[in-house]
Write a protein that binds this ligand. Structure first.
Ligand code: G3H
Ligand code: ZN
Length: 295
């Protein structure tokens, strides 16, 4: 997966579309994601959170994606999502070294719980570490705090004004760290809750205006946002959108249905409906993101 990720995002910028990041922790979910992206000729980002990576295995997910890339003939970025999000044992960046050794071609370092200065300091070190290994490795930093987890919740998620990304600070962050991509907090949250996400489109536009072409603008928490808001976000400069919860819900729902309504015990017979459910979500997202027919 020796990709020119810069070119992929450059093409997205020129074409005015966003590349989808889809999280997974099992081979079945990955089959649904990549199968759909290949059919729609869309560049795609497969991602694992720390928990997802621990479950599937870093080396295993790399090999799986490599095999799919050869077969599908579409570019696949494999991103380590929210690495160090709790800022635990960050000192020697061991987790990132292990991910790079395993073969990930993209790293998202999440320093959003740190102070601005510490976030800059650590993100810069991550960029240096990754580029030393291979200048082609794409690095995402995060500025601003996006609350919530990738789950369905009945709780109201509070978005405090201080969580939101400041456009002027965004430029300072990008310049000081050298990140390829910038994840921002623009009014939404991770997961699906019963309050509808409302993106601050004006803020997205201001951040884009401030950072220009210095970094790719990334929207996290892509689940549960109405399509027209997603289209507006893309029109204002978002070029990568992360989706997880909607995929989890689709996979879980379809699997539950098949396991409770049929006596089927053969995995390769009871998994396909769940894979199809993931595929349908991915198809919908790629359609809204406009990335189809670009690979
Ligand atoms: O990093 C992953 C995404 O931000 C997932 O967010 O679960 O709301 O789709 P989501
Ligand atoms: Zn996220």
């Amino acid at each position: 997966m020796n990709l020119n990720t810069k070119k992929l995002f450059h093409d997205a910028e020129a074409g005015g579309y966003a590349i989808g990041q889809f999280n997974a922790s099992t081979a079945d979910q990955i089959k649904g994601i990549i199968g759909t992206a290949a059919r729609m000729r869309a560049p795609v980002i497969v991602a694992t959170s720390e928990g997802e990576c621990a479950f599937i295995g870093a080396r295993q997910v790399v090999k799986l994606c490599e095999a799919y890339e050869e077969e599908a003939g579409i570019p696949i970025i494999l991103n380590a999502d929210h690495t160090y999000k709790d800022a635990e044992k960050i000192e020697n960046l061991d987790k990132i070294k292990a991910l790079l050794t395993a073969g990930y071609n993209s790293i998202h370092f999440d320093g959003s719980v740190l102070s601005f200065e510490d976030n800059v300091r650590w993100t810069k070190q991550v960029v240096e570490l990754c580029k030393e290994k291979d200048p082609g490795i794409s690095v995402e930093g995060e500025l601003g705090f996006l609350p919530g987890a990738s789950e369905v919740s009945e709780k109201k998620v509070e978005i405090k004004p201080e969580y939101l990304t400041d456009p002027a600070q965004a430029l300072e962050f990008v310049r000081a760290t050298g990140v390829d991509r910038l994840a921002v907090s623009v009014g939404n949250s991770h997961g699906i809750s019963f309050q509808e996400d409302r993106l601050d489109i004006e803020r997205i536009g201001k951040i884009k205006e401030a950072i220009g072409d210095h970094a790719v603008l990334v929207l996290h928490g892509g689940s549960g946002i109405p399509d027209e808001q997603i289209r507006a976000a893309i029109a204002h400069g978002i070029r990568k959108i992360n989706v997880n919860t909607e995929l989890r819900v689709a996979f879980h729902g379809a699997l539950k249905e098949v396991l409770t309504t049929t006596p089927q015990t053969t995995p390769y017979k009871f998994f396909p409906p769940a894979i199809d459910a993931v595929a349908r979500v991915v198809e919908g997202k790629i359609t809204v993101f406009g990335s189809g027919m670009h690979a």
